[in-house]
Design a protein around this ligand. Structure first.
Ligand code: CA
Ligand code: CA
Length: 449
């Protein structure tokens, strides 16, 4: 597979725009490094800015609500306010998880805090520290957040102390896993420890898809990586860079349960946020990881193989006009949102960052029936949901997506009234898409109880 990957790397196809239909629209400008973007169940983009602001963006109008100003945030080079995640049952448990750096008696640190969203006030309240005293430095602070399988995953950087990463007694240079209430899971690999995997340098992207946790990570002078994260595995840093392919690395990898990356890049790209795409708006991007890059100013498509455990092709979409690309999120209707990272990292200069949207303007324009043609009930639903359609339609299919846009169920609708068993869905908010021959027509949210 390595040879295949190498061959594919040599054969990279550079495409100015992925295809003629991909259009870029600036949703909002004058921002300060939107560090993490999350598409919420309320059809807003929830995001952090590195100077401590937690915000919500309505993507059609570009309207921004400032939900919280975390005045404890201290910017230092790469440090500041970083990752964000929303509770998967946000409708009933409106928790927002955020990572930020702060100064404690002149010692630079990092913490994970949970806020509660008050929809009446449209603001965050009641900060609760879930994990504190994570080592921080001017560089290598992680700190991407992701909720998957009911746990909060946290990337921590080595904070420029390279020996941290192989020391399982410290929480830097790791991927951590804690409960959504801050509790310590009983099935982590090291009893009483939040450490889930180690040997990381500075992971900047995470996404859960296909039952796997994918991660992107900055190398030093070589070997930016994309990995699949597994419980209790060693990812090599600083003893191994990229693949296990030097004599010393081969020996270390054999002795230390090292898992090699799916892909490694030299020269480095400064790989950053990743997300999973499987929407018919851009068929050429389906079943792929999409990855932003800072230095390379390019959106990478990492097409997954049939078993989702390797990369079968890499394609690039240059967004050099927008310069450094920090993070990405995808809406349930297939639109891709990307944030830039061009403001002076000190926070003292002008705010010049943007959130842009990649979409196909023709995709939604073909609509064969009216919005009222879709009725779903009951809502909230516990066991079975009924989908009623206008009569006289052709072959119509449906997909049920979670709030991260991952398709959990799909099928064909044959009748005017269709009953779908949703008992197996976890409690939470979902989006049901009803499509006619691959063209999105309608979507509605529902709550599973
Ligand atoms: Ca590695
Ligand atoms: Ca190597």
């Amino acid at each position: 597979m390595r040879k295949l990957i190498y061959l594919l790397a040599v054969l990279y196809v550079f495409v100015e725009q992925a295809n003629a239909q991909m259009t870029v629209r600036v949703v909002r400008d004058s921002l300060f490094i939107p560090w993490e973007l999350v598409y919420g169940p309320d059809n807003h983009i929830w995001f952090t800015q590195k100077n401590g602001y937690i915000c919500r963006l309505e993507p059609t109008s570009g309207r921004i609500d400032t939900l919280y100003n975390e005045t404890n945030t201290r910017i230092q080079s790469e440090g500041g306010m970083l990752g964000l995640a929303l509770h998967p049952q946000f409708a009933t448990q409106p928790y927002v998880y955020v990572a930020y750096n702060y100064s404690d008696a002149s010692v630079y640190k990092e913490r994970i805090v949970r806020y509660t969203y008050n929809s009446t006030l449209n603001a965050l309240q009641s900060p609760l520290i879930l994990l504190d005293n994570i080592g921080a430095a001017n560089f290598h602070n992680g700190c991407r957040l992701l909720i998957a399988d009911g746990y909060l995953y946290i990337t921590t950087g080595d904070a420029t102390v390279t020996s941290n990463s192989q020391n399982t007694g410290v929480i830097n240079g790791k991927i951590l896993r804690i409960g959504l209430d801050g509790s310590m899971p009983t099935d982590n690999p090291i009893s009483g420890s939040a450490v889930w995997s180690w040997g990381h340098r500075n992971a900047q992207g995470m996404v859960f898809a296909n039952g796997r946790l994918y991660e992107s990570e900055h190398g030093d002078n070589s070997d930016d990586e994309v990995n699949i994260i597994e419980k209790g595995r060693n990812y090599g840093w600083p003893s191994v860079k990229g693949y296990c392919n030097t004599t010393a690395e081969i020996s270390f990898c054999a002795d230390s349960n090292v898992k090699e990356p799916l892909e490694a890049w030299t020269p480095t790209l400064a790989v950053c946020g990743i997300d999973y795409y499987d929407h018919p708006m851009f068929p050429q991007l389906q079943k792929s990881l999409l990855m932003t890059t800072l230095k390379d100013s390019t959106l990478y498509q990492l097409k997954l193989n049939a078993t989702n455990d390797d990369i079968s092709a890499v394609n690039k979409t240059s967004l050099s006009k927008y310069r450094r690309l920090r993070d990405i999120c995808i809406s349930p209707d297939g639109r891709i949102y990307i944030s830039t990272s061009n403001s002076a990292s000190s926070g003292t200069g002008s705010k010049i960052d943007r959130i842009i949207e990649l979409y196909d303007p023709l995709y939604n324009s073909i609509s064969t029936y009216e919005k009222e043609a879709l009725i779903i009930f009951p809502n909230p639903v516990k066991d079975e949901i009924t989908i009623k359609l206008k009569s006289g339609l052709g072959l119509v299919s449906y997909s049920i997506l979670n709030i991260y846009g991952q398709r959990l169920m799909s099928g064909v609708l044959n009748n005017v009234s269709n009953i779908i068993d949703v008992k197996a869905l976890p409690v939470g908010q979902y989006n049901i898409l009803v499509q006619d021959e691959g063209k999105l027509n309608m979507s509605k949210f529902f709550l599973k109880q």
